[in-house]
Every structure is written in structure tokens, then in C-alpha cells.
Design a protein around this ligand. Structure first.
Ligand code: ACO
Length: 447
């Protein structure tokens, strides 16, 4: 008779931890989170200080290298090496063009990233015999890994820009890229330089955001801060996927494509798009009450709320909340947001008002506070992206651009470890088998 009781292999003690809520599988010196007190630090520096004083170039360097750039020359060299370009690898361009314009940009982005791997066979790790005679999986020298990581950031940001152009019906291959860049050189020293470079690559001819050229400085600065806030977050689902594949010896671009796939999920990075859809569905501040009631009946989730690690307000959400108010005020001084007229008094985007009403309502309700459900980074990022004129389906690609740095910082950190280090072992969790065990194939199944 089959038993429903878990069956364990003999002589082994296993920890059964679904969702890995309390299992650490590596040590890391990249990001520190104190979830109880809402603290986030990159390399020991508080996120609030980084977001107000450093641009994405500097933060990216610091996450990858563990230190700030030694001088302006090092910073400029690094900025140039991660800058997105207008030229695409032909394989990648073909892949992007093969998708219908209305395909979800995360699918196109993931497929194009995986396809780039076909053009970089030299980036595969190699099996070599180490000093002790054992076989080791080696991923080149540190200098080569640094160069590969920088090229990955530049390539993935260029792909993201091309995906944006494609979904807007513009050519994926930019015909006059060299001449264009000569005429419009990018400033690697600007504090918001990385966001500006991405916006430039996404819209080289300046035709896609005609109504907000006036506000581009504020939007580029804000986008750069959003990139800083999203750059790393220790062992979240997508970073865990990155480390998981790295442990199997997959090449870096395949690892990145898998991480993009994990980020796409609505419980992870895809929540920013889901928040916007939810706010649009609620439709008005008056409808918030009924929506909250349906969440409390557990018919819905309050997207952009809750976090596995934070048991208090996500510090990134606090920064984004303030930014959203500033950006929308700025947009409203011109009489309109990127998505249409502002509210009657010109104060703000209607969706921001719904978001604020929803947040206030949830934070006053013991249902949410007892479960420690507070806004997370995705709650306000969508409102900001919308104010900048990005379509909601593109939000998670913007998240992925920034998180690529974190994924690569973890990739570098993992490969820094000696190949015999236990943390370089292939990641292979165990399961508890709860199925039946049977001896005979039933007669009717015999072919
Ligand atoms: N809305 C309503 N209830 C929620 C929510 C939510 N967003 N999140 C958690 N809960 C409830 C659960 O139903 C559960 O209630 P119960 O104890 O009565 O069963 C309790 O809070 C605990 O929730 P878990 O699902 O166990 O929490 P977990 O740590 O596994 O999940 C997660 C974290 C996935 C982020 C979850 O809070 C969620 O789905 N949030 C909405 C999606 C979202 O915003 N994701 C972005 C996260 S940030 C990022 O990835 C960049």
C-alpha cells in the first residue's frame, strides 16, 4: 500500500525549507539587507546616500569592483565600456526583428540575450586540470571576466533599447549610427549619464517622446536614480537563478537570459507592470475600498506590496515615493504628464492619487500591518515609468537593465572563489518524494 508519508533516503539529514525562507546558500559581500529595520546597503553604503550622491555609472562600478573608481579617468573608461551603442550584433538584430511588434518586450529581450550567446562562443568557461590534478571549471582571468561583464552590460542595454525601438515600430538597425554618435556625443561624466545614454539609444532621433523634450533632464536624472535603486538586492529570485546556472558552468549570456526569465514573473520584477494594471483597473480613489475588501477576502493580491525580506517599509519605495511626487509636480507645471492631461487642479497624475489612497488605506488596516505588508520597490516605480512615457509592458525591461549589474556582480563574486570552494559546487537542492513506489508496470500500459 502506498504511503503519503515523506520518504527520505537513509542516513541523511535534510532540511525541508520550501521557498528557501531560511536557507543561506552562499556568502556574499555585495549587498546587505536588514529586513526588520528597512535597511539596504550596497558594499556597506546606505542606499539613501548612494541614490542622492552617485550616478549609475559609479554605483555599477562599485557593485562590480567593491570600491569606488580611483579617479575620473577610471570612471570615464568604465562609463565608456558599459555605454549602450546603436549597433547590434546581426544575430541579435535578426531575433528582435523576427518577433511581432506587439510581442511582450521581456520575451524578446530574453530571446535576444540568449541568442547573443551564439555569437560569443569564446565566453564559455573551460574545464582545466588544476595543480592537484583535479578538473576545474575556469572562467578566464579576472581582467577578462571584468571585460566580459562590462560588455554584457553594454550589450544588454543596447538590446533593451532596440526592443523598445522595435515595439514602437522603428528600425532595429540604426542606419547612421557612427555619423549620429559623432554629431551627438554622449557625456560619460554626466551624473545621469547612463540613463541618458539609454534614452539616447532607445530614441536616437528624438521622435518618440516629442511632448517631453522639455523635461528630459529631470526624467534622465530620475531614471538614473531608479537604476541605482534596482541595481542589486542580494539573493532575490532572478539573482538566485543567475547563480544557479553559473554553478552548472553555463556561459554568462545564458545565465543572464535565465535571470531575465525569473525577473519577468509578476511576483518578482513583473510586479511593476502588474501594479500599473491594478491601478488602472481600480480606476478611481473611490474604488479603492472595494478593491481592498477583495484583497482581504484573498481574491486578489495587492501588487507592489509585501516582500520576503522586508518586514517594514522597503527603503527603495520610500525614495521612489518622494521622486514620484517631484516628477509628477514637474510634469504638471507644463500642464500635462507624458500620458495625458493632469487632474483638474494640475496637481498630479490620477494614478498617483489612486496609488497614494491605496497605500494610506492599506497602512491603516491591521490585515496588512499584522502581515507586515508594506509597499515594495515596484509600487511607485511603475507610476514613475508611466510619467516618463514608457508603456507598462516595458517596465520590467527597465528593471532588468539595472539588475544586470547585480547579476554580473554575483557572477564575478562566485567565480572569484577557488573552484574547489564548496560554493562553486553545482547547485542541486534535494526534494522529499511524496509519490507512490510501485514494482510492476500495469498490463494495459505494456506496449
Ligand atoms: N497582497 C495581499 N496579501 C499578501 C501579499 C500581497 N501583495 N503578499 C503577501 N500576502 C499575504 C499572504 O496571503 C499571506 O497571508 P496569510 O498568512 O493569511 O496566508 C502572508 O501575507 C504572507 O505572504 P507570503 O506569500 O507567505 O509571503 P512571501 O514572502 O512568500 O511572498 C511576495 C513575498 C511574493 C513578494 C508577496 O508579498 C507578493 O506576492 N507580493 C505581490 C507581488 C510583488 O509586489 N512582488 C514584488 C516583490 S519586490 C521584487 O521582487 C522586486
Amino acid at each position: 500500500k502506498a504511503s503519503a508519508a515523506p520518504r527520505l533516503a537513509p542516513r541523511e539529514v535534510w532540511l525541508y525549507d520550501p521557498g528557501y525562507t531560511s536557507t543561506a546558500c552562499c556568502r556574499s559581500a555585495i549587498t546587505f539587507i536588514d529586513g526588520e529595520n528597512g535597511i539596504l546597503e550596497y558594499r556597506g553604503f546606505p542606499i539613501e546616500a548612494l541614490a542622492t550622491t552617485c550616478g549609475f555609472y559609479t554605483v555599477a562600478y562599485m557593485l562590480l569592483e567593491g570600491t569606488f573608481p580611483a579617479d575620473a579617468k577610471v570612471r570615464a573608461q568604465f562609463a565608456k565600456s558599459i555605454q549602450p551603442g546603436l549597433d547590434l550584433d546581426p544575430v541579435v538584430a535578426n531575433v528582435v526583428e523576427s518577433f511581432p511588434q506587439e510581442a511582450h518586450p521581456m520575451t524578446v529581450f530574453m530571446a535576444a540575450t540568449a541568442a547573443l550567446s551564439a555569437s560569443r562562443p569564446a565566453w564559455n568557461p573551460a574545464l582545466v586540470r588544476g595543480d592537484g590534478g583535479s578538473l576545474r571549471l575556469v572562467y578566464r582571468t579576472r581582467a577578462e571576466r571584468q571585460r566580459i561583464a562590462q560588455e554584457c552590460i553594454s550589450s544588454l542595454t543596447s538590446i533593451a533599447a532596440a526592443v523598445f525601438r522595435h515595439m514602437r515600430g522603428c528600425p532595429v538597425r540604426f542606419p547612421k549610427s557612427t555619423q549620429h554618435l559623432r554629431e551627438h556625443p554622449l557625456d560619460a561624466f554626466a551624473p545621469d549619464g547612463f540613463a541618458r545614454a539609454f534614452l539616447h539609444a532607445a530614441d536616437p532621433e528624438g521622435t518618440l517622446w516629442p511632448e517631453q523634450r522639455h523635461a528630459s533632464a529631470v526624467f534622465a536624472e530620475t531614471l538614473d536614480v531608479i537604476f541605482v535603486l534596482h541595481a542589486d538586492h542580494e539573493l532575490n529570485c532572478s539573482t538566485a537563478a543567475m547563480r544557479h546556472l553559473t554553478s552548472a558552468g553555463s556561459d554568462v549570456l545564458t545565465c543572464l537570459a535565465a535571470a531575465i526569465g525569473a525577473l519577468y514573473g509578476p511576483l518578482h520584477g513583473g510586479a511593476n507592470e502588474a501594479v500599473l494594471n491594478m491601478l488602472e483597473e481600480i480606476g478611481s480613489p473611490e474604488a479603492v475600498e472595494a478593491f481592498v475588501a477583495s484583497v482581504k477576502r484573498q481574491e486578489r493580491k495587492l501588487m507592489g506590496f509585501g516582500h520576503r525580506v522586508y518586514r517594514s517599509y522597503d527603503p527603495r519605495a520610500k525614495i521612489l515615493r518622494t521622486l514620484a511626487q517631484q516628477v509628477l509636480r514637474e510634469a504638471s507645471t507644463e500642464g500635462r504628464t507624458a500620458n495625458g492631461p493632469t487632474t483638474a487642479n494640475g496637481a498630479s497624475d490620477p494614478l498617483l492619487i489612486i496609488a497614494q489612497t491605496l497605500e494610506k488605506r492599506a497602512l491603516e488596516d491591521p490585515y496588512f500591518t499584522e502581515r507586515k505588508l508594506y509597499p515594495n520597490v515596484d509600487f511607485y516605480s511603475g507610476v514613475l515609468y508611466r510619467a516618463m512615457g514608457f508603456p507598462s509592458v516595458f517596465f520590467t525591461v527597465l528593471f532588468a537593465i539595472a539588475r544586470t549589474v547585480g547579476w554580473l556582480a554575483h557572477w564575478m563574486e562566485m567565480l572569484e572563489r577557488d573552484a574547489t570552494d564548496a560554493e562553486r559546487k553545482i547547485v542541486r537542492p534535494r526534494q522529499i518524494y511524496i509519490g507512490k513506489r510501485r514494482q510492476r508496470i500495469p498490463l494495459e500500459a505494456v506496449e
